[in-house]
Design a protein around this ligand. Sequence first.
Ligand code: GTP
Ligand code: MG
Length: 366
Amino acid sequence: MQDLQKKRERAVLAGLSATSMESAERSTEQSMDELSALADTAGADTVAMILQTRQSPEPRTFLGAGKVQEIKEVVINAECDLCIIDNELSPSQARALEEILGVRVLDRSGLILDIFAQRAATKEGRLQVELAQYNYLLPRLTGMWTHLKRQAGTSAPIGTRGPGETQLETDRRHIRRRIQKLEEELEQVRRVRSTQRRRREKNAMPMVALVGYTNAGKSTVLNSLTRSDIPANNRLFDTLDTTTRRLWMGEIGREVLLSDTVGFIRKLPTHLIEAFKATLEELQYADLLLHVIDISAPDWEEQAAVTDALIEQLGAGKTPCLRVYNKCDAAPLTILPRSRDSVSISARTGEGMETLREKIAEVLHG
Ligand SMILES: Nc1nc2c(ncn2[C@@H]2O[C@H](COP(=O)(O)OP(=O)(O)OP(=O)(O)O)[C@@H](O)[C@H]2O)c(=O)[nH]1
Ligand SMILES: [Mg+2]
C-alpha cells in the first residue's frame, strides 16, 4: 500500500476557456473536475486546479504568461511532477510549457491515451491503443526535431539533449512501419468480426449494445440484466474491452446478445476514435442501442449530448436507441423527459429493470 502511495505523482491541472474557441473546446469547472478524475485514474493526485479565461490562446505557450508563472510557482512550491492541460496543445506549445515549467506537460488527449494504455487488456484493445499512441506521437517527434534544429549552435543543457537528426529520422520510419503493421492487424480483426457478425445474423441473434458516457453504469446494467460479474468500478474508463453476454428474454423473445462498450467522454482524442473503430463499428450493426445516462451527475444532459454526437459520428445515428436513465436511486428528484424510448432505472437497486427488459423486447420483437 505504501509502495503504491509512493508511486502516485503530483499534478497541477490547468485549463483555458477562450472566447475564440469553440464552446466544446473550452475548459469549464466541470471538465476540470473530470480531468482531475482522469488524473486520479492515471495515478496522479491533483495538487491545484487553475482555470484561465481570456480572449484567445497565447500562440506560443497556450496560456497567458501570467498564468504560466502562477503554475510555475505551484510546481515549485508543491513539488509537482507534471502539469496537465485540459485542452488540446500543439506539440510546440507542450514543449514551450515544459521548458518554462521544468516538468512534464501532458494535454487531455495524452492523459486519456495513457489511461487507455494502462488499461487495455485484450490483444485487440492493445493494438488499438498502440495505434492511437503512435499517431499521437508522430507529429510530436517531428516537432521535437525542428525544435532541436532551431537550437543548433547553442549547446543544450544536460538532460534536454535529444537524439540526433538521423536517430529521429530512423525513429520516424520505424513508427510509420509500425503504424502500417498495426493497421493491417486491425484490418484482420475487422474481418474476423464481420464473419462473426454474419454468423450471428444467420442465427438471427439480435444484438443489443450498451453505450454511454464513462462511469454511467453500463457494466453494472450488463451485470444486472445477465447476472454476470464483469468488473464495474467507480472510475473513468474502467471498461476498455467489449464484453458480450447472452441475455435470455423470457417467453416472448429469444436470446439476444448484449455487449458492453468503452465509455465516451468530452473531447475524446480523434486518434482514439479512429483506432477504436474496429470495436466501435459494432454499434452500426446493433439492432438496438441502450444509451445509459447517469442522472445523478450534475452535467448529465451534456454527457448525453456528447454521447449522442459520438454515436452519430460512428455511423450509428439511425440505429434504434433507448435512453436508459440510470442511478435514479442517487439522483435528486429531476423531471425527466418521458417518452416511449426512455426508461428510468437503478442498476444498483434493481428498480425499473423489469420495464427495461420489456422495452428491449418491445423494440426487438415488435
Ligand atoms: N448509486 C448508483 N450507482 C451505480 C448505479 N449503477 C452503477 N453505479 C455505480 O457507478 C460506478 C460506475 O459503474 P460502471 O458500471 O463501472 O460504469 P461504466 O459505464 O461501465 O463505466 P466505464 O466502464 O468506466 O465507462 C460504479 O461504482 C457502480 O457501482 C446505480 O444505479 N446507482
Ligand atoms: Mg464499464
